[in-house]
Design a binder for this molecule. Structure first.
Ligand code: IPM
Ligand code: MN
Length: 358
């Protein structure tokens, strides 16, 4: 491929600020002509203006692009008649319509970034969140009976569990193992001691694990996992888990490495990938130039690496390496940290410095 088309959706709140930052960094870090950016509208603000949170033309643009880059979405109180948030339509529609079954959330503590754990040592693991079924399968299909009883159903299929577990083991093969002992390890995070769906998840995990004798397989119950992610985060390498559990523990993980502003997210299926920071639209600081752009920039690095994995294009790998080096240098410089990670730098100051370095 000569040129890769990136569909960019700025979204709401701080979304445009962090998306612009990421695009500027990509333009500076990747050889000119490699990437082509096309903007599409979606989100709560667009819903307010037009009554449509995710226009068909935007969906088509996203579906046919090589990758999708998103700022953030959501405005509090901007909801559909059934009470669900209009800002969430974009992410959830892409997820389910494009079958982005793997949500990859690296949790890495960068040098210079303060952790509420004090000096936890090197934290560097990846949460692989099942992204197509689990409790989220109930979205739009739950039942409310006479305003008295509400039901959502957690669904787990063999096909769905097999593919996410295999994805996690394949990912582990590409990594250097847990930072603590260097051992390649996939941890199945479930609640198999109580619920059938999770026992099934674990049983399928055990079956697939046999195909990977080179990688250690272990189980941790989700409640215990919240303790381990605080007390021994350096133990973990790859964690695979059900959709809802992944949503929750990935925020916990993010908190240990500097917060939501430091947590990128990739959602991928058999084809296209969708990239954004894990954080929301932060309406309280929107438009003030204070947003932490690192999360979206880290997501852009994930995007380049995924595109390179699929297309084997050294321009992408080179760009990813250069941007990552700039990010590491930026985070080590106290003057280039935003407020949420112990600094005072406004967004522009961080972006300008990264651009200069690139
Ligand atoms: C996330 C978010 C989403 C989720 C929202 C925006 C639908 O919290 O990506 O983690 O709940 O999955
Ligand atoms: Mn979440």
């Amino acid at each position: 491929k000569d040129t890769y088309t990136i569909a960019v959706v700025h979204g709401d709140g701080i979304g445009p600020e962090v998306a612009r930052a990421a695009v500027a960094v990509l333009q500076a870090g990747v050889q000119a002509g490699t990437l082509r950016f096309v903007d599409y509208p979606a989100g709560a603000d667009h819903f307010l203006k037009t009554g449509d949170s995710f226009p068909a033309a935007s969906f088509e643009g996203c579906r046919t692009a090589d990758a999708i880059l998103h700022g953030a979405a959501g405005i509090p109180g901007v909801v559909h008649p059934d009470g669900t948030e209009a800002g969430l339509d974009f992410t959830l529609t892409l997820r389910f319509k494009l079958d982005l079954f793997a949500n990859v959330r690296p949790i890495k503590l960068y040098k210079g970034v303060p952790s509420p754990l004090g000096r936890p040592g090197p934290i560097d693991y990846v949460i692989v969140r099942e992204n197509s079924e689990g409790l989220y399968a109930a979205r739009g299909a739950g039942a409310l009976l006479r305003e008295e009883v509400a039901v959502d159903t957690l669904v787990q299929t063999r096909k769905g569990v097999e593919r996410i577990v295999r994805f996690a083991f394949e990912l582990a093969r590409t990594r250097n193992g847990s930072p603590k002992d260097g051992r390649r390890r996939v941890t199945c995070c479930d609640k198999a001691n109580v619920l059938r769906t999770y026992a099934f998840f674990r049983a399928v995990f055990d079956e697939v694990a046999k195909e990977y004798p080179d990688i250690e397989a272990e189980h941790v119950l989700v409640d215990a996992m919240t303790v381990h992610l605080v007390n021994k985060p350096t133990h973990f390498d790859v964690i695979v888990t059900e959709n809802m559990f992944g949503d929750i523990i990935s925020d916990l993980g993010a908190a240990t490495v500097g917060g939501m502003g430091m947590a990128p997210s990739e959602e991928v299926g058999d084809g296209i990938g969708f990239f954004q920071a894990s954080h929301g639209s932060a309406p309280d600081i929107a438009g003030k130039g204070l947003a932490n752009p690192y999360g979206t920039i880290l997501a852009s690095i994930l995007m380049l690496r995924r595109l390179d994995q699929r297309h084997r294009d050294s321009r992408l790998k080179l760009g990813a390496d250069r941007i990552e080096a700039a990010v590491c240098a930026g985070l080590e410089d106290p003057a280039l940290r935003t407020r949420d990670i112990g600094g005072v730098a406004p967004t522009n100051q961080v972006v300008d410095a990264l651009l200069k370095r690139l």
